[in-house]
Design a protein around this ligand. Structure first.
Ligand SMILES: [Zn+2]
Length: 238
């Protein structure tokens, strides 16, 4: 599969080169439709290492900017590497409405760091999110988080080193956080999402559901009129 810029025909990408991938705007797995690409003459003259093209999301029609690495400069065509990079990354999503204001603000920034591949900044923002939660819910919640990390580690069969890193990032009292890479950041992301879900979302949803059930149960009970013992005589008994 080749992607190239032809001297006469311009930018060419066979179907499948721009295969559906997650849109950073609408989240759909949508095709990319070409909107603009640099001209052959200009690229041939300047010979950059990368070229940029503008596409449009087939689902939401928002622009999607893509970078290609140039593989080879030829007389008739310029070959590009087919595995392009999108400039805007899909955003990590979370149901922030159930989080406290502080935790939501901090974790939103944490997710922005993660989407930008800033893994250590992400870890620092996770620590701050955790700390704000401990202040809000009391020191007992730190122990709860410790238990949840252990539970997640057992469920997902995480190795000891990764588990320890997650613990040090979230629960450590040392100001120096451990340095983390992409793999550990991915584990930290899913751990944070699950713990925040358990801490805030699950509690809020469960409480609301229980309250609703009890409200309707009480209302139903109130509608059943108790029988008056004076009207309980059987017909024809007198
Ligand atoms: Zn879209």
């Amino acid at each position: 599969m080749s992607v190239y810029i032809d001297r006469e025909e311009g930018f060419k990408a066979p179907d499948g080169a721009a295969a559906a991938r997650e849109c950073p705007h609408c989240g759909a797995y949508a095709q990319l439709a070409l909107v603009a690409a640099p001209r052959f003459e200009r690229v041939a003259e300047q010979r950059p290492t990368h070229i940029g093209s503008a596409f449009q999301c087939a689902a939401c029609h928002e622009p999607r900017f893509v970078k290609f690495t140039v593989r080879r400069y030829g007389e008739q065509r310029i070959d590009l590497a087919p595995n392009f990079v999108e400039v805007e990354r899909p955003k990590e999503r979370f149901d922030f409405q159930y989080l406290s204001e502080d935790a939501a603000r901090l974790f939103r920034e944490a997710l922005q760091c993660y989407s930008a591949d800033c893994h250590n900044a992400f870890a620092s923002m996770c620590r701050r999110t955790a700390q704000s939660t401990f202040v809000e819910l009391g020191e007992g919640s730190r122990l709860k988080w410790f238990e949840l990390i252990k539970e997640i580690a057992a469920l997902c069969e995480l190795d000891d080193e990764t588990t320890q890193t997650v613990e040090d990032v979230l629960l450590g009292r040392d100001e120096r956080l451990p340095q983390i890479g992409a793999g550990q950041a991915a584990v930290l992301l899913e751990t944070m999402k699950d713990i925040l879900y358990q801490t805030f979302v699950r509690t809020a949803k469960l409480t609301a559901a229980m309250r609703m059930r009890r409200y309707f149960a009480d209302e139903h009970e109130a509608k059943i009129t108790p029988l008056d013992p004076r009207n309980q005589r059987l017909t024809g008994s007198d």
